[in-house]
Design a binder for this molecule. Sequence first.
Ligand SMILES: NC(=O)CC(=O)C(=O)O
Length: 376
Amino acid sequence: MKASALSSLLHSPSIKLGLSTNSPISHSINIFPHLLFPSLSLINSPRTSVFSNPLNLPRKFHPSPSNFPIPMASSFNSEQARAPPAIPCPSPPLTKFKIGLCQLSVTADKERNIAHARKAIEETAKKGAQLVVLPEIWNSPYSNDSFPVYAEDIDAGASPSVSMLSEIARRLKITIVGGSIPERSGDRLYNTCCVLGSDGKVKAKHRKIHLFDIDIPGKITFMESKTLTAGETPTIVDTDVGRIGVGICYDIRFPELAMIYAARGAHLLCYPGAFNMTTGPLHWELLQRARAVDNQLYVATCSPARDAGAGYVAWGHSTLVGPFGEVLATTEHEEAIIIAEIDYSIMEMRRTNLPLVKQRRADLYQLVDKERLGLE
Ligand SMILES: NC(=O)CC(=O)C(=O)O
């Protein structure tokens, strides 16, 4: 590369962003020194299929101090590993409380499902739970045929399911992460979770961001995108029991969402979810523990109970995982109410034991929260 071409590249805005560790979006753009200095790296680099080498990067590029200056530990700028910088976890309103996970049976009878959920929430609160979590799609069968039929217009106040949650949250003075229901908004349908505060108000509404489209021939094929529209925003909310990040089922497979919640100061992530008989045994617990241990926070999931005769058979196994990746409470596939204790002082202790936040290498990578940066 000629010196003048190199100079104009280095001074172009995109290259400046790529090289600056202080820029909030610097690491969302991949600029590699060997692309600027091809002679350093292209020696012995055979071209192969774009699939095995999608960025077409040279295969034999070995970063070394001579072509990649290694920063001193003090210049890692770990607080810059999140853009914008992570918000420290706020002091939660309480340190210890009981969470209740209602693994409910779901039928084709919506009125029965609502009455049944009401009873289960009452029972869970009686057992001391200050936070109650419901399953994904608890008022309707989980099927593309059912979603339009069972959908409710939450924003129009025409949702018997959310009205029930609101009434019971206010009466029992508890927080409810209301599983999810099919939501109708104009001509669109969403898979939506409402979080109810102890005053009965809807404090947050999360629309499933990642739609579950799966095709494993002979095992499971399901296309949520046939009927549903994806939500557009992460959802994090301050409640009487701490700062909660919400995802629905398939959302748990995307670590970036959980990382964004952690960077926004979440204490607890709640994922109402209905994994299935193919992916459930292998991935359900693994994903929960991964999200918890990576982010050093609590993760709670709540599934419908299994109905072997249903079109979509849920795995069950609602679970609470602690900030060290430990399973604190779980169940099998039948209907169940799980009561477990959350103690945020343990989370603080784990973060002191293993200070991942301070040890991040902002000089090598960065997570960009586009919503907080106003880049959406
Ligand atoms: N049902 C889902 O949204 C997700 C799921 O079952 C899986 O990811 O597997």
